[in-house]
Design a protein around this ligand. Structure first.
Ligand code: E4P
Length: 217
């Protein structure tokens, strides 16, 4: 399973990278706004800075919603660095653009996916990744993990190459269930990645080992 970090914060990306477990980064316009990045040139520079930290794929989202605009924006984003994956919303022109990008060897991440039907369309269009949003489905009373299970099953049945990128992961149990189900990638905040480290018995055991080690010195 690949671990992506879901942030545009360079310090957090560096921290996850330094841990040695990071396979990529996902961003979105809200995460970019949170970092105070404004203006086209600054946005492009920021994506480049992220690409210089990580070894894997970096999703950069388009904000156009028409085919021509998505293609122009996606091509510009893809020209920044070969690690860039163009993140395209699950809308009609988005699906057409994903097919265009697939035909032109540009990687894509189909975002804002909330149903198995949408995931099927993304795979048919040739998306590199599909991003079902677990937390946001849970927020409205649905079952985000059930959707991950459905998509993994459909993709396995037909051998689609599109990777299931479980997104909107809010806590460690979400991540563990995604691993059990067989999601290809999980993107989550740094707090969730670091949350994997924690177990009270580890802390108690370490304290005891260190205390006993003192006796041997
Ligand atoms: C995924 O690519 C999205 O950026 C992200 O996971 C959305 O998460 P949220 O629902 O916590 O905003």
């Amino acid at each position: 399973m690949k671990f992506f970090i879901d942030t545009a914060n360079l310090d957090e990306i560096r921290e996850a990278h330094d841990l040695g477990v990071l396979d990529g980064v996902t961003t979105n316009p809200s995460l970019m706004a949170k970092e105070g990045i404004k203006g086209r040139d600054n946005i492009l520079r920021h994506y480049k800075a992220i690409c210089e930290i990580v070894d894997g794929d970096v999703s950069a989202e388009v904000v156009s919603t028409d085919f021509k605009g998505i293609v122009a924006e996606g091509e510009l984003l893809a020209s920044i660095d070969e690690k860039i994956v163009v993140k395209v919303p699950m809308i009609k022109d988005g699906v057409k653009a994903i097919r265009y990008f697939a035909n032109n060897n540009i990687k894509t991440n189909c975002t804002l996916v909330f149903s198995a039907g949408q995931a099927l369309l993304a795979a048919k269009a040739g998306a590199t990744y599909v991003s079902p949003f677990i937390g946001r489905i849970d927020d409205v009373g649905g079952d985000g993990l059930e959707l991950i299970q459905q998509i993994v099953s459909i993709y396995n049945t037909y051998g689609f190459a599109t990777e299931v990128l479980a997104a909107s992961i809010r806590h460690v149990p979400h991540l563990i269930r995604c691993a059990e189900i067989g999601a290809d990638v999980a993107t989550c905040p740094l707090s969730v990645i670091l949350g994997l480290l924690k177990h009270p018995l580890t802390d108690i055991g370490l304290e005891k080992f260190l205390a006993d080690a003192k006796k041997t010195m």
